[in-house]
Design a protein around this ligand. Structure first.
Ligand SMILES: [Zn+2]
Ligand SMILES: [Zn+2]
Length: 282
């Protein structure tokens, strides 16, 4: 039987409702050999995930999805096999956490100005010690019956160009790739189909050390997969793929439902080894 993996999964540490435990349970059910948890701008699932990896006998790939910006466009860079103890990475993520929290408070204040009711303390109670995302405000609005669905919260209030939206702090793409490499990780461009001109940007990001491209993603047609595999080959990038599961917050996607072979994980590992040897020799 071919070994299958899922390299793009969010947890309760960013904006999914699945705990690491639930993620591993699901991965077991789906017979996955390896999973990467790739939370937005945080690696706080790692200690638990390493432990669960042993219990479930499923390989855990320490990952992240860093929000960045390139010429006004939102870009997400995935990092794999990153060293969670790396101080530069830890410090950068600590700063982002604070900035994201302040952004959420500003959005809550704006909500009150336009006639919604948001108690900032109650909202922050939801975030607890985790990374603050727009989802927290959307959930608050839903639970206080100010919207009928999360989708409505995003559409009416929280998406770019809507009244409460404030652009969050973002790394540049170059900074994100550098940060991932600093932590001895491998960098992959997430969901390239969302970008305005994928090939142009891929070419640019390669100059900064991009290693891989996400070529398998929910709702990709076979021709899309083929197109992105072709681009990956053209620019000598490795392939990654995954469900981008956000638990029940994104209903169309589920852990382990896409065809992502274990071979891709081996390729990432080899690339990482080569890079570490190369770094030692310069
Ligand atoms: Zn993303
Ligand atoms: Zn994601």
């Amino acid at each position: 039987m071919k070994k299958k993996v899922d390299l793009h999964i969010h947890s309760v540490y960013s904006d999914s409702d699945l705990t690491p435990q639930e993620i591993f349970l699901c991965a077991k059910k789906m017979n996955l050999s390896a999973i990467a948890i790739t939370d937005h701008d945080t690696i706080e699932s790692f200690p638990q995930a390493y432990q669960l990896s042993k219990e479930f006998n499923i390989e855990f790939i320490p990952g992240i999805e860093i929000s960045c910006e390139y010429k006004g466009e939102e870009v997400h860079i995935l990092g794999y096999f990153i060293d969670g103890d790396n101080k530069t990475l830890q410090n950068a993520l600590k700063d982002v956490k604070e900035l994201r929290k302040n952004r959420l408070i500003k959005m809550a204040k704006r909500a009150n100005q336009i006639g919604l009711r948001v108690d900032v303390d109650e909202l922050l109670e939801k975030v607890k010690n985790k990374i603050a995302t727009r989802l927290h405000l959307a959930l608050y609005l839903l639970e206080t019956n100010q919207v009928n669905s999360l989708q409505e919260a995003f559409q009416r209030f929280l998406s770019p160009k809507s009244p409460l939206y404030i652009a969050g702090f973002k790394f540049s793409v170059k900074e994100a790739i550098t940060l991932i490499k600093e932590a001895e990780g491998v960098a992959s461009l997430a969901h390239p189909h969302f970008l305005s001109s994928p090939e142009e940007l891929i070419k640019k990001f390669c100059d900064w050390g991009l290693d891989a491209l996400e070529v398998v993603y929910p709702r990709f047609t076979p021709s899309m997969v083929e197109y992105f595999i072709q681009l990956a080959t053209k620019y000598r990038l490795l392939a990654t793929g995954g469900s981008d599961s956000h638990g029940s917050f994104k209903e169309f996607t589920h852990i382990g439902t896409l065809e992502v072979p274990y071979l891709w994980v081996e390729n990432l590992k080899n690339a990482r080894e080569r890079y570490i040897i190369y770094k030692k020799n310069i």
